[in-house]
Write a protein that binds this ligand. Structure first.
Ligand code: SF4
Length: 112
């Protein structure tokens, strides 16, 4: 079965399948799926979360335009286009890579 990387947090048509989340540690995350102890062992996701403490920023824009958020967005957008997930943090690959048939079920025939 073909695996397809389709990030739930972004797509080309602006129809995101998930929303930004806030953890019980007051950290903003691009999605609730990453809020898992296992996923926080990933160095990039750990730094992303540590850079996203809401109490340490004046606005949410300060967080979502920081280095880690912009880097993640660039990486997953490129991976979505190329289907090369080499640079994508493993938690994102795990959450957002689905078998082709399941992706069709979630996003509709033809994908996002
Ligand atoms: S796991 Fe990663 S790619 Fe998937 S929705 Fe969350 S932030 Fe986006």
């Amino acid at each position: 079965m073909t695996k397809i990387f389709k990030p739930l947090c972004t797509n080309k048509k602006g129809r995101n399948m998930t929303e930004i989340a806030v953890t019980n540690r007051n950290q903003l995350l691009p999605c609730c799926h990453l809020d898992s102890p296992g996923y926080f062992k990933d160095p990039f996701i750990k730094k992303l979360a540590e850079s996203s403490d809401i109490s340490k920023h004046k606005s949410l824009d300060d967080i979502i335009y920081n280095y880690y958020w912009k880097t993640l967005n660039r990486i997953i957008t490129k991976a979505m286009d190329t289907q090369d997930t080499t640079d994508v943090p493993p938690p994102c690959v795990n959450v957002c890579t689905k078998e082709g048939r399941r992706a069709d079920w979630i996003f509709g025939k033809g994908g996002q």
